[in-house]
Design a binder for this molecule. Structure first.
Ligand code: F6P
Length: 359
């Protein structure tokens, strides 16, 4: 009998359920039903406190198209993993204990960067762990793609499309803030797909003068409205010069709810144009996975399922140059994948006349 644990950790995304479905289907197929699945509730918390539900084949039926996660999720910050919980419980030991008590053979962790750091730690502690690349942010090192990212691009693009009609009617400038944490993958892709005039991402610090210039240039060319896509983590050239401590202090002094508001105010002041803010926020993580996500999630689950039946573990399921790969967890843990400012897409966006606010 093979016993497989699964958990979804960190911010949710659209294709978590689809990935779990693919793992269950693949392992069940290949093991001829000699397998039990244990789904831990609310991420690593379920593993720590022994809270789980058994998953049968029929539990994952229909999950290909269902967003969110049937197991629930939570954020369990890696930096606190070695600190005891409020009752003095050693979290790492507690997770190992649950794994042993249930006589698990493998643990599949569907998670982003922080969660994969913990996955690597547990793997080093002797658990047999397989990581699956979940995050709308697409910032997981070692893989070109994460599940959640394609659906988030679609939703962010739709938000830009929808804003364009009202922006055009009123002849307004719109600042649309897009998620992505410390990286600019979703804003870059959605910005290009949505035909933004300006895209501001953390990897390319901007100068307000350049943003204003781009908006005015568009107006001179006859554009009735302008769309500025700003990543939630976008920074100015001035902020880039600050050290970590100074930057944190500057962020703490901000009075606006997020970057878009301050930017919109400055744009309105400098251009005299009526400027509005739109923030799709968590809708970018919601709803059903799109077709690309369903396919990638199915591939990830199949690779993980096939590997564990064959006794392989200690890796992240990844896609590199279109091929499915297994990358050691130790190689990816703690690293962030940033947008390359010299990448083809950034260069081509510039060629299209999109400003990144840096020149
Ligand atoms: O990591 C996914 C993400 O949606 C980021 O893009 C965003 O910064 C963050 O999570 C929001 O976190 P929360 O759901 O905890 O507000």
């Amino acid at each position: 009998m093979l016993r497989v644990g699964m958990l979804t950790s960190g911010g949710d995304c659209q294709a978590l359920n689809a990935t779990m479905r693919a793992i269950v289907r693949t392992v069940t197929n290949e093991c001829k039903d000699q397998v039990e699945f244990y789904g831990f509730l609310d991420g690593y918390r379920g593993l720590m406190y022994g809270q789980y539900r058994k998953l049968e084949w029929q539990d994952v039926s229909g999950l290909l198209t269902t967003g969110g996660t049937i197991l629930g999720t939570s954020r369990t910050p890696f930096k606190l993993i070695h600190e005891p919980d409020e009752n003095g419980l050693n979290k790492v030991e507690a997770m190992k204990k649950t794994y042993k008590k249930l006589q698990l053979d493998y643990l599949c962790v569907l998670g982003g960067n922080g969660s994969l750091k913990t996955a690597n730690l547990l793997n080093e502690e002797g658990l047999r762990v397989i990581g699956l690349p979940k995050t709308i942010d697409n910032d997981t090192w070692g893989t070109d793609m994460t599940f959640g990212f394609p659906s988030a691009i679609d939703i962010a693009t739709k938000a830009i499309d929808d804003i364009k009609t009202t922006a055009s009617s009123h002849g307004r400038v719109f600042v649309i803030e897009i998620m992505g944490h410390k990286v600019g993958w979703i804003p870059l892709y959605a910005g290009v797909a949505g035909g933004a005039d300006v895209i501001l991402i953390p990897e390319i610090p901007y100068d307000l003068d350049n943003v204003v210039e781009a908006i005015e240039k568009r107006e001179k060319m006859g554009g009735r409205f302008a769309i500025v896509v700003v990543a939630e983590g976008a920074i100015t050239k001035g902020e880039k010069m600050l050290n970590k401590k100074e930057y944190k202090a500057a962020v703490a002094q901000r009075t606006d709810p997020s970057v878009a508001y301050a930017l919109a105010r400055e744009i309105e002041l400098r251009t005299g144009r009526e400027t509005r803010v739109a923030i799709p926020g968590h809708t970018q993580r919601g709803g059903a996975p799109d077709a690309q996500d369903r396919i990638f999630a199915s591939q990830c689950g199949a690779v993980a399922g096939h590997a564990l039946v064959n006794g392989e573990y200690g890796f992240l399921v990844a896609q590199v140059a279109g091929k499915m790969k297994k990358v050691p967890l130790a190689d990816i843990a703690g690293k962030l994948k940033y947008v390359d400012p010299e990448s083809d897409l950034v260069r081509e966006a510039r060629e299209l006349g999109i400003s990144f606010g840096d020149e």
